[in-house]
Design a protein around this ligand. Structure first.
Ligand SMILES: Cc1ncc(COP(=O)(O)O)c(C=O)c1O
Length: 329
């Protein structure tokens, strides 16, 4: 199984329902800030302003946050930070956490969920010294309860919650960014909601000791000046309004998508994508019709009958539904 396979590889010239980047234009203030950042690229990046802005946004100390080159960088920092003895990854989920552990010389133990893909905490081995879980989870769409995730904490264990899609959930009800607790690390990504995957912008929030260990692994100037500008601008007091508008749109569009889909959707998704079970060959036939949806079978625990469909505005979803109906005939 190729743990380094990601949806962007599947798009090519097709209509993109494989990648979960918000499909409308960025707010002008963000584009203005990005363009202005070019004035500063003759200097090395200085992360202090972005770090302070993120800390203020979450009511945390600067020592409890770390800007990263996208959420993805943090998986490598975590994998290298400690000599993990028993790392555990809760699947199906984004495969980079396990790929980063593997690249750092660790073999992860997998807890594989099925049914409605919610986690029974008793399934996590007591000996785990690192537990990695996504919330809400890619690709299942499950939003786990924050208190369930907190209950996974143990002395000597680090629990990493990948909240890359939490900003798509209105009000972020189950986010752990504001919870101060030993061994708790939250990863955030700005690339999807703010439509900037080409600008690698993310951060970590967590207990200062573990954050320090991650920082020790980070190459100098890892987060570029344009990325730091995105981090600071989207953490500013003006931005939550725009973020919640985007989250509300995703909610509406997802409801319409689920209503129209002639196929079963897994669980009760709270994400800008849904996981769908279809007949074998559906994904390939949709490609022939001009549509790219994300294959499910590169996620541990899922087979080729699963596809992941990105949530888009209704005028884009309609033609996809028509293509699915045609293929199912
Ligand atoms: C669940 C999840 N976490 C983290 C990431 C990394 O996001 P980025 O590095 O673009 O911030 C992704 C990207 O697809 C993802 O799906």
């Amino acid at each position: 199984m190729d743990l380094r396979h990601h949806g962007d590889r599947e798009v090519g010239d097709l209509i993109d329902f494989a990648v979960n980047v918000f499909p409308l234009p960025r707010p002008h203030w963000l584009d203005d800030a990005l363009k202005a950042s070019l004035e500063d690229v003759h200097r090395y990046p200085d992360a202090r302003g972005a770090r302070l802005a993120i800390a203020n946004r979450h009511g945390r100390d600067e020592t409890e946050v770390l800007p990263t080159a996208g959420g993805a960088e943090s998986f490598t920092l975590i994998a290298r930070a400690r000599p993990w003895q028993h790392p555990v990854v809760v699947h199906p989920q984004f495969t980079e956490p396990e790929a980063a552990l593997f690249a750092a010389g660790h073999t992860a133990d997998r807890v594989i969920l099925d049914g409605d893909f919610t986690l029974d905490p008793a399934k996590v081995p007591e000996a785990a010294d690192l537990v990695m879980i996504g919330n809400p989870t890619n690709p299942t769409g499950v939003l786990h309860r924050a208190d369930m995730i907190e209950s996974l904490r143990r002395p000597g264990r680090v629990v990493v919650v990948d909240e890359a899609f939490m900003d798509a959930v209105p009000g972020e009800p189950e986010s752990l960014t504001d919870v101060r607790a030993d061994g708790l690390i939250v990863i955030r990504s700005l690339t999807k909601t703010w439509s900037v995957p080409g600008i690698r912008a993310g951060y970590v929030v967590g207990d200062a000791g573990t954050v320090k260990d991650l920082e020790t692994q980070q190459p100098p100037w890892s987060v570029s000046t344009p990325s730091l500008v995105v981090l600071a601008a989207t953490a500013s007091p003006g931005s939550p309004g725009e973020a919640s508008k985007r989250a509300a749109l995703i909610d509406q569009w997802r409801t319409l998508l689920i209503e129209q889909l002639p196929l079963p959707v897994a669980g009760d998704p709270r994400t800008p994508f849904v996981l769908v079970k279809g007949p074998l060959g559906l994904r390939e036939r949709l490609r022939e019709e001009g549509f790219a949806v994300r294959r499910g079978d590169t996620f541990p625990g899922l087979g080729p009958e699963w596809i992941r469909i990105a949530v888009r505005p209704p005028e884009e979803t309609g033609p996809l539904i028509a293509a699915i109906e045609k293929v199912l005939q």
